[in-house]
Design a protein around this ligand. Structure first.
Ligand SMILES: [Fe+2]
Ligand SMILES: [Fe+2]
Length: 131
C-alpha cells in the first residue's frame, strides 16, 4: 500500500472513533463522552502525532516541492490547531470536566481536515507524482 492510501486508511479508522465522541458530545452525555475519549486516547495522542509527523515529513514536503508551499501551509496550520484542541480536550477531561464544546470543535476540525486531505491534497499529490 502506498503512503497516501495508508494515511487515508488511518483517517477512516480515526473517523469511526470520532463518531462516538461527536454523538456523545452532542447528546451532552458525560459518561459516554468520558468513555469514548478514553477509548480514543491512544488514537488521538500517540497515533495522531505519528500520523501528522509522517504527513509533514514525507507527504507535505514532497507536495510542497512539486506544487508549492502555499498548498500545504493551511494543512500544517490545521495540524497545530488540531493538536492544541486535542490537548485542551484531554486536559479538561483530566481535571474532571466534561469537555463537550472542545470535543465537538476537535471532531469538526479533524473531519474537515481529513476530508480536504483525502479529496484535494492527496489527489493533487498523486497527479503531481504521475505527471
Ligand atoms: Fe493532516
Ligand atoms: Fe491526515
Amino acid at each position: 500500500m502506498d503512503i497516501l492510501a495508508q494515511l487515508s486508511t488511518e483517517h477512516e479508522y480515526l473517523r469511526a472513533l470520532l463518531a462516538h465522541i461527536e454523538s456523545a458530545a452532542e447528546a451532552g452525555d458525560v459518561a459516554a463522552l468520558t468513555q469514548s475519549l478514553e477509548q480514543a486516547h491512544n488514537a488521538l495522542a500517540t497515533e495522531l502525532d505519528a500520523h501528522i509527523a509522517t504527513e509533514e515529513a514525507e507527504t507535505f514536503a514532497a507536495i510542497a516541492s512539486a506544487l508549492g508551499d502555499d498548498l500545504v501551509a493551511p494543512f500544517r496550520a490545521d495540524h497545530a490547531e488540531i493538536r492544541a484542541t486535542r490537548d485542551e480536550v484531554y486536559e479538561r477531561l483530566g481535571r474532571g470536566e466534561a469537555p463537550f464544546e472542545a470535543s465537538q470543535r476537535l471532531c469538526a476540525l479533524l473531519l474537515s481536515h481529513q476530508l480536504r486531505e483525502d479529496l484535494m491534497l492527496f489527489p493533487s499529490a498523486r497527479e503531481a507524482v504521475s505527471s
